[in-house]
Design a protein around this ligand. Structure first.
Ligand SMILES: *Cc1c(COP(=O)(O)O)cnc(C)c1O
Length: 403
C-alpha cells in the first residue's frame, strides 16, 4: 500500500491545481512511472522545464557533488556556482549582468521593478507606463499577472498595479498610437507559450525595438518558456535578430531545479543599487551549479542542431497523424515546442484530447481550451519521440468528443 494517494491530494492541497489521476514516482530520460508501475512517454517535459530529461546523469552528478559542498549561505555571501553561471550567461548572450531568482514570475518581477526604477532614476516618477500584450503570460505574482494579458489570472485580487497598457499581439497599427514618452518598458514573449504558441512577427519585434529606442523605453523579452534551446536557438531573440535590454529565463535553465535569471546590461543593472531588490534563495549554490551544467550542455551548436533535427521529426510525425481524422487545423511552434490546434469542430476539447493521450501512456500539455501542447526534453531519443508519436496517433484514433 502507498502511504499517500492521489485522493489525498484533493484533501490536503488547496484546489488551485487539477492534476492527472495518477501519482508519478520516478523518471528516467523521457519516460516516467506512476505508483502502479505504469510507464509514460513524457512530451510535457514538466512544462518545458526538463530540457535534459529526468534524472540526467550529468545533472545528478553535479547536484550530488554540490550537495556535499554547500547548499545555501544567503546573498550576504558570494558563492562560486552563481558567479560561474552569471559569467556563462553573459558570455552566451547580449547581457553583461545577471540577477538570480527562483522562478519565472520572480525573474519577471525583478525585470519590471528594474525597468521602473531605471526610468525613475533617470527621468522621474512620470515615466512608469508598461506596455504588454493580450494573451501574454508572465507569471503569477500580482505584478506579473497584472502585466500578463489574461484577466482570468489577474482579476478578483483587489486593486491592481497601475500604468499597464495591454495591446493586441502582432498588431503594428495599435503600437504607434499607444507609445509615448511615459512608457518605461515593453514586456513581450517573442513566442507566446501559454497564449498558444503564437510567434511574434519579426517585423513586430523590430518595430517594438525601434519604438523603445525612440521613446527611451526598455524592451524586455520574457524567454522563460522560449529560451534555453527550446526553439533550436539558445534564446529565441537570437533567431529573430532583435536584441532586448532585459531578458528573463527560468523553466529549462536548471533542467528541473528551481532557478531563474534576469539578464541585462551594466548600465541598466546599475539601478539595482544595494538594497533595492533581493531574494533569500535566489542564486543559491545548489541550483546555480546544476543550471551551469545544464547551460553548458545545451549551449553547444551540435546540441542545438539536434533540437532542430528532432523538431522536424516531431512536426512531420504530427502532420502524418493528422491525415486520417483531421482533428487539427494547424501545428505551430518552433523547435521541440509544438501547439496542435484543434479544428473548429473540436474547439474547446484540448482537455479531452490530452486525457486521451494520457490513456495511451503519453504525457501532454495544453495551451488553453483549443491547443494540445508538447514540450519534450531537448535530448529526447528518436525512439522515444517515435513511441510518443505512436501513442498520440492511437489517442487521436481512439478519442471520442462529446457535446
Ligand atoms: C512559466 C512562465 C512564467 C512563470 O514562471 P514560474 O516559474 O511559473 O513563475 C513566466 N513567463 C513565461 C513566458 C512562462 O512560460
Amino acid at each position: 500500500m502507498n502511504d499517500v494517494t492521489r485522493a489525498d491530494f484533493d484533501v490536503v492541497m488547496t484546489p488551485n491545481y487539477a492534476p492527472a489521476p495518477m501519482v508519478l514516482v520516478r523518471g528516467s530520460g523521457s519516460r516516467v512511472w506512476d505508483q502502479d508501475g505504469r510507464e509514460y512517454v513524457d512530451f510535457a517535459g514538466g512544462i518545458a522545464v526538463n530540457a535534459l530529461g529526468h534524472a540526467s546523469p550529468e545533472l545528478v552528478e553535479v547536484l550530488i557533488d554540490q550537495a556535499k559542498r554547500l547548499w545555501h549561505v544567503s546573498n550576504a555571501f558570494a558563492t562560486e556556482p552563481s558567479i560561474r553561471l552569471a559569467k556563462q550567461l553573459v558570455a552566451a548572450t547580449f547581457a553583461e549582468q545577471v540577477f538570480f531568482a527562483n522562478s519565472g514570475g520572480e525573474a519577471n518581477e525583478a525585470a519590471l521593478k528594474l525597468a521602473r526604477r531605471y526610468a525613475f532614476d533617470r527621468q522621474g516618477a512620470e515615466k512608469a507606463e508598461i506596455i504588454a500584450f493580450n494573451q501574454g503570460f508572465h507569471g503569477r505574482t500580482f505584478f506579473t499577472v497584472s502585466v500578463g494579458g489574461q484577466t482570468k489570472y489577474s482579476d478578483g485580487f483587489g486593486p491592481k498595479p497601475g500604468m499597464i497598457t495591454h495591446l493586441p499581439f502582432n498588431d503594428l497599427d495599435a503600437l504607434g498610437d499607444a507609445f509615448s514618452d511615459q512608457v518605461c518598458a515593453v514586456m513581450v514573449e517573442p513566442i507566446q507559450g501559454e497564449g498558444g504558441l503564437v510567434a511574434a512577427d519579426p517585423v513586430f519585434l523590430r518595430r517594438l525595438r525601434d519604438l523603445c529606442d525612440k521613446h527611451n523605453a526598455l524592451l524586455i523579452f520574457d524567454e522563460i518558456q522560449s529560451g534555453m534551446g527550446r526553439t533550436g536557438d539558445l534564446f529565441a531573440y537570437m533567431g529573430y535578430g532583435v536584441t532586448p535590454d532585459i531578458l528573463t529565463t527560468a523553466k529549462a535553465l536548471g533542467g528541473g531545479i528551481p532557478v531563474a535569471a534576469m539578464l541585462t546590461t551594466t548600465e541598466i543593472g546599475s539601478s539595482f543599487v544595494v538594497g533595492t531588490h533581493g531574494s533569500t534563495f535566489g542564486g543559491n549554490p545548489l541550483s546555480t551549479a546544476v543550471a551551469g551544467k545544464s547551460l553548458e550542455i545545451i549551449n553547444q551548436s551540435a546540441f542545438l542542431a539536434e533540437v532542430t533535427r528532432k523538431a522536424d521529426r516531431l512536426f512531420e510525425g504530427l502532420a502524418a497523424i493528422n491525415e486520417s481524422r483531421r482533428l487539427f487545423r494547424e501545428f505551430r511552434g518552433k523547435g521541440l515546442w509544438a501547439g496542435c490546434v484543434l479544428s473548429h469542430d473540436y474547439a474547446g476539447q484540448s482537455k479531452t484530447m490530452a486525457d486521451a493521450a494520457l490513456d495511451q501512456g503519453l504525457l501532454a500539455l495544453r495551451a488553453g481550451p483549443d491547443i494540445v501542447r508538447f514540450a519534450p526534453a531537448l535530448n529526447i531519443p528518436d525512439e522515444d519521440l517515435d513511441e510518443g508519436l505512436a501513442r498520440f496517433e492511437r489517442a487521436v484514433n481512439a478519442v471520442r468528443f462529446d457535446g
